[in-house]
Write a protein that binds this ligand. Sequence first.
Ligand code: PEP
Ligand code: MN
Length: 277
Amino acid sequence: MLGCKLALKEDNIDQRTIINIPGGQKTVTIGEGHCTIIAGPCAVESREAYLEIALIMKEMGVHILRGGAFKPRTSPYSFAGLGEKGLKILAEARELTGLPVVTEVLDIREMEKVCYYCDIIQIGSRNMQNFPLLKEAGRSGKPVILKRGFAATIEEWLFASEYILQAGNNQVILCERGIRTFESMMRNTVDIGAVALLKNLSHLPIIVDPSHATGKRELVKPVARAAVSAGADGLIIEVHQNPDKALSDGPQSLTPDLFADVARDIKKLAQLYNKEC
Ligand code: PEP
Ligand code: MN
């Protein structure tokens, strides 16, 4: 059916790609048998605030820190991230916490810098079909979180992953973050079926972003639970000390207290499914 060559499992073989992330104090694993939690603010806003939230995340059992230094914003007048300064703060947070860090790369010209400071690179929804960027991510040799384009079919998403895999980089983590539909009460429509389908079709790990998927903090916990129950290998969640003051994505960001509750819940659920978390 699909013309993909590298992202799909071979017929009748339950092949699974397990990705080991070095960079932190201990190697973090993403893939079958694990439920990996990635969390942090949408964007790195300042050194003090980021280091503080990074320590809180570690305390709550997060495995990988997130934080955008280069932000893709709909309006050119919105906060677009701290750039290289943000990357340096991420690297400092890794030193402080011992946790690996992930950040989005927007531009092929920034790939080298992002790879220098961070442990995982993220290709955002808006860039899922930026083919030169995908090829460069493949050449980087770094683990890549490939978010689903907000208007991409599953087939288009798998073909996008194929551009990274073709370059000899098999460390691709798919991330369902919701797609645009006729529904307007949530930021996006989360495709839980895609998670279950891809666990069958592909050997690549798949995680879910319940924050961007819903745009509403009160929906993060139930959608996170649904994702793990559908077989997701992990979650990426936005957390901010003071969401009302966040420079991006405040309405979907959890406070540390709300996140602590979600993390406890997910860890229990992971145990039920015999997954390390
Ligand atoms: C993000 O994770 O910060 C982000 C911009 O997500 P997406 O690309 O899914 O919109
Ligand atoms: Mn965001």
